[in-house]
Design a protein around this ligand. Structure first.
Ligand code: PGA
Length: 246
């Protein structure tokens, strides 16, 4: 199980320090992998504070080039140098507000893997796509595109997050069965590409996962973790989810 907090654009460095200090003792005995994906400005602080703990640190995006004239961007190489382990890629907010496409997600996946970062690759359908009956196609295309040109031995060091767009930050969680259905589909798509390696790739659910609904979702056979937004900003709520993961 991999439980990752996606802090999004929340917490100054001082606020990050406070939250991480609260989280460390609450997380120390859990049996899942614990990741916090913090804003760029809090990365160094998070890495320092979590040294020697079971909490690993992730970023929320990276550019696909190592360096160059890309004002405002951060490369995978820069993240690696800081000691970052994970990077969220293709989050629906990036697709929606920053013109992220399946092509650019794929390029970022290549860049992250080149630097030895573990990408958390986000896929998910909108409400309209679900209602129009094209959810399976949308998900299959997003997954296959993200992994274009990625070999099996690289794919095993990745995480996929299924995040239905309609469930993110809305308080509308997918039911356990809806989440399992799509995570099982993602597993089948990955099996088509990579055979049994697909069994070792954690598939997370994300979208209004919280202290109350985490246990049910995480009990499903194809759900191997969670990507948690809002509930990761409160140490106690996040800790309940970590404990639900075993
Ligand atoms: P949420 O966000 O838990 O606040 O819905 C999840 C995410 O966007 O990763």
């Amino acid at each position: 199980m991999v439980i990752a907090g996606n802090w999004k654009m929340n917490n100054t460095r001082e606020e990050s320090k406070k939250l991480i200090k609260e989280l460390i003792p609450l997380a120390k005995d859990v049996n899942c992998k614990v990741v916090i994906c913090v804003p760029y400005t809090s990365l160094e602080t998070a890495i320092e504070l979590t040294k020697g703990t079971n909490i690993e640190v992730g970023a929320q995006n990276c550019h696909f080039k190592d360096s160059g004239a890309y004002t405002g961007e951060i490369s995978a190489k820069m993240l690696k140098e800081l000691g970052v382990k994970y990077v969220i890629l293709g989050h629906s907010e990036r697709r929606q507000y920053f013109n992220e496409t399946d092509l650019t997600v794929n390029r970022r996946v290549h860049a992250a893997l080149r630097e030895g970062l573990i990408p958390i690759i986000c896929v998910g359908e909108s409400l309209k796509e679900r209602e129009d009956g094209i959810m399976n196609e949308v998900i299959s295309i997003q997954v296959s595109s993200a992994y274009t040109g990625i070999r099996a031995e690289q794919a095993k060091d990745t995480v996929i997050a299924y995040e239905p767009v309609w469930a993110i930050g809305t308080g509308k969680t997918a039911t356990d069965e809806q989440a399992e259905e799509v995570c099982a589909l993602i597993r089948r798509v990955m099996k088509d590409h990579y055979g049994d390696v697909a069994n070792d790739i954690p598939i997370q659910y994300g979208g209004s996962m919280n202290a109350a609904n985490a246990a049910g979702l995480l009990a499903k056979p194809n759900i191997d973790g969670g990507l948690i937004g809002g509930a990761s900003l409160k140490a106690k709520d996040f800790a309940v989810i970590l404990n639900a993961a075993g």
